[in-house]
Design a protein around this ligand. Structure first.
Ligand code: ADP
Ligand code: MG
Length: 339
């Protein structure tokens, strides 16, 4: 027999987990994104010890059918895309079918889920990716997933975890962004019994921003709106005097997905011209809508980095719109052709 062998599914999942499940916040991100994709209007997130002890996400979405629930934990198993063509018109946050098997391979997972109209729901429990219980459960609306003892079998990863405070602030940050990208969903985040965030879920972005950054901050925002052939940009930016010491308060959302893109952040800052002090950054939440064909989300397993086909056109539109909006308020001189 040759010396090259295929890895077992469990080992392959653990290796993939290295990329997908970097830290507790990654688990929160993946579980909440699944809840969003399931069409939920209410998502409750409960964490203990910054997620290392327990992460529980409860949604009121479409649920998982009895005969699908074990498949959801198989590698590359997804209900979200079926063909190569689907890959070029992705409208869901997930599509790689990697998150659940990866998470399950490095933790203890319990799932309670039900689909409306079925006779009963199901309960599934896994330890390190191995199914240890699969039984019928009462009907409920949606899905509850509990992840416990994260990284119990990957000591190196556990060592790499920073302080609980850092991990918790990462969780807060990711939930903020997910909530900002979905003003129509009511989010609740509770850590060790303390409420960290609630949003109304009434579809109003400004109210969602108020829930996250505070009512006083939300009062000092300007609405932004722009449209050209390829893009629609809406959202809010802060007055130039309302700044923060980090870029963390800038959120760019493309087709409902919060993304990290240096060029877009820079375009926002450029729009302010010389109005920002060195080392100070605005608060901004921009929702960008475009044909999914123009954005490749299949660049990195976490899907936060994307490749944009018409990036120069989009950055120009953003800078110009922000600059004009601030000029309208008589806040900055005309940047003219310098943009
Ligand atoms: P992906 O999201 O890329 O499809 P995941 O591993 O995250 O892969 O999830 C696998 C599948 O499990 C999903 O395609 C979906 O069908 C199902 N699923 C996961 N979480 C939920 C949920 N909260 N509600 C309904 N279905 C879910
Ligand atoms: Mg997913």
């Amino acid at each position: 027999m040759g010396k090259i062998q295929e890895l077992s599914e469990r080992l392959a999942n653990q290796i993939a987990a290295g990329e997908v499940v970097e830290r507790p916040a990654s688990v929160v991100k993946e579980l909440v994104e699944n809840a969003i994709d399931a069409g939920s209007s209410q998502i409750d997130i409960l964490v203990e010890e910054a997620g290392l002890k327990k992460i529980q996400v409860t949604d009121n979405g479409e649920g998982i059918a009895e005969d699908d629930v074990e498949n959801a934990f198989k590698r590359h198993a997804t209900s979200k895309i079926h063909s190569r063509d689907d890959l070029f018109r992705i409208r869901t946050l997930g599509f790689r079918g990697e998150a659940l098997p990866s998470i399950a391979s490095v933790s203890y997972v319990t799932v309670e889920t039900a689909v409306q109209g079925m006779k009963q729901g199901s309960l599934l429990r896994l330890e390190g990716g191995k199914v240890i219980e699969h039984t019928p459960a009462p009907l409920r609306q949606g899905t509850k997933i509990i992840v416990e003892n994260l990284f119990f079998n990957t000591p190196a990863r556990l060592k790499y975890i920073k302080t609980l405070q850092t991990e918790l602030s990462n969780i807060g940050d990711i939930v903020n962004r997910l909530a900002l990208s979905h003003p129509n969903i009511a989010f609740r985040l509770v850590h060790d019994g303390n409420k960290m965030l609630t949003t109304a879920g009434n579809g109003d972005l400004k109210q969602t921003i108020a829930g996250i950054f505070g009512v006083q901050t939300a009062k000092k925002l300007l609405a932004i709106e722009a449209k050209d052939l390829d893009f629609t940009v809406t959202g809010y930016i802060s007055l130039p005097e309302v700044t923060r010491a980090s870029r963390n308060y800038i959120s760019t959302i493309i087709n409902g997905r919060y993304i990290k893109n240096f060029a877009l952040n820079k375009a926002i800052i450029t729009g302010y011209g010389s109005k920002l002090m060195v080392g100070r950054f605005p608060i901004a939440v921009l929702e960008i809508t475009m044909d999914p064909l123009l954005v490749d989300v299949n660049v990195h397993p976490t899907k936060q980095e994307v490749r944009l086909s018409k990036e120069p056109e989009l950055t120009k539109l953003i800078s110009k719109t922000i600059n004009e909006r601030l000029r309208l308020e008589n806040l900055i001189p005309d940047a003219g052709e310098n943009l």
